[in-house]
Design a protein around this ligand. Structure first.
Ligand SMILES: [Zn+2]
Length: 140
């Protein structure tokens, strides 16, 4: 299983929906990494039924996620995290949007002329996933 972590939004995509995370400020043990390093908890994501705990390795910076049931606290699954940062955010959008929708969003972000109907389709698509278009425009 692979989860997408949208770093600039501090959010994770789980089951096609975006869940906003809470940063773990205190240094909290999060398990051991495959490389032998110690992992520390980085972000917590809580949904009605599921909790996701993201930890980062102190040595190789690998990110790892544990999926926890909110009913009984049981670990349901372990997932690899695909990190999306500012530099590969446009690439991530390209996968979600159609070509014309993607072009309209990029043009709008750069203050250029854009196709309003493609833009509103893109806006709707992103908002259905719980992604705020204004936030997206500010990071691309
Ligand atoms: Zn490691």
């Amino acid at each position: 299983m692979e989860l997408v972590f949208l770093e600039p939004l501090e959010s994770i995509i789980f089951d096609g929906r975006v869940i906003k995370g809470i940063k773990v400020k205190e240094k909290t043990f999060g398990g051991f990494c495959e490389c032998g390093g110690v992992m520390y908890q980085k972000m917590r994501f809580i949904d009605s039924k599921t909790g996701i705990l993201v930890s980062e390795c102190d040595k190789c910076w690998k990110n790892d996620a544990l999926i926890i049931s909110m009913l009984d606290g049981r670990v349901m699954d372990r997932a690899d995290l695909k990190l999306v940062d500012r530099s590969n955010f446009p690439e991530f959008l390209k996968k979600i949007l159609s070509e014309s929708e993607f072009k309209a969003v990029i043009a709008k972000a750069y203050g250029k002329e854009y196709n309003p109907s493609s833009y509103s389709k893109a806006k709707r698509k992103l908002e259905e996933m719980n992604l705020e278009i204004s936030t997206i425009l500010s990071i691309i």
